[in-house]
Write a protein that binds this ligand. Structure first.
Ligand SMILES: CC(C)(COP(=O)(O)OP(=O)(O)OC[C@H]1O[C@@H](n2cnc3c(N)ncnc32)[C@H](O)[C@@H]1OP(=O)(O)O)[C@@H](O)C(=O)NCCC(=O)NCCS
Length: 179
């Protein structure tokens, strides 16, 4: 697993991470409205959530789950990296852990969403190999699903096939990142 951040540890999310993550979520998402991060994500979706720590401090998180409706699909509800640690492959490393978890749960497709004005998050997902899904509207030059996640809002939706993970699965194991 690659990262330009030395000594970062990525581990599975725990229930006790809830308050800490909730406390930074709005700050880290800036002008982009952060999706609500209810405690249920920490209590009932532990195997598909990850936090990144540097010197014991939280520097990133990714919270996702395996779809109960669509077999073989996993969904990333939220991903964020502490602003001063961005562009060092930490977001990529969090996603690599999630792809590994998706693989372990027999998923071949990963989906995510972002606000259409959130150009950095869109560029990030495209860099990770996600495609923009066709929507029922357009905003800021990208296709969006309207009235999602709530009436009056819209999101660009991403999809990425992770079936190729079967070939690289052994690389996705391990808690500590190489420095
Ligand atoms: C999106 C985010 C998670 C990316 O994390 P990160 O650790 O900086 O991402 P990485 O370093 O792994 O970036 C990988 C690639 O994605 C692309 N990318 C990442 N940030 C980008 C940006 N701001 N602009 C353009 N491309 C970007 C680049 O191609 C980058 O590779 P490079 O640095 O070699 O050019 C981070 O910017 C973030 O936390 N944004 C706020 C997200 C948010 O609001 N979350 C809460 C609601 S869900």
């Amino acid at each position: 697993m690659r990262t330009r951040l030395s000594h970062v540890t990525i581990r599975g999310v725990e229930q006790s991470d809830c308050e800490l993550v909730q406390a930074v979520a709005d700050d880290w998402s800036g002008s982009t409205r952060c999706a609500p991060l209810p405690r249920v994500l920490f209590e009932h979706f532990g195997p598909t959530g990850f936090v990144a720590e540097l010197g014991g401090e939280l520097v990133g998180y990714l919270l996702g789950f395996v779809s109960q409706t669509y077999p073989g699909e996993a969904y990333v509800h939220a991903v964020a990296v502490r602003p001063e640690h961005r562009r060092r492959e930490l977001g990529t490393a969090l996603y690599e852990r999630f792809f590994g978890a998706a693989y372990e749960h027999y998923c071949s497709v990963v989906r995510a969403a972002a606000a259409p004005a959130d150009l950095p998050t869109i560029a990030f997902h495209q860099a990770l190999g996600f495609h923009l899904e066709p929507g029922d509207g357009e905003s800021h030059g990208v296709p969006v699903r309207r009235d999602y996640p709530a009436v009056g809002e819209s999101r660009v939706q991403f999809v990425r096939c992770v079936a190729e993970l079967h070939a690289i699965a052994p690389l996705l194991v391990g808690d500590r990142l190489a420095s």
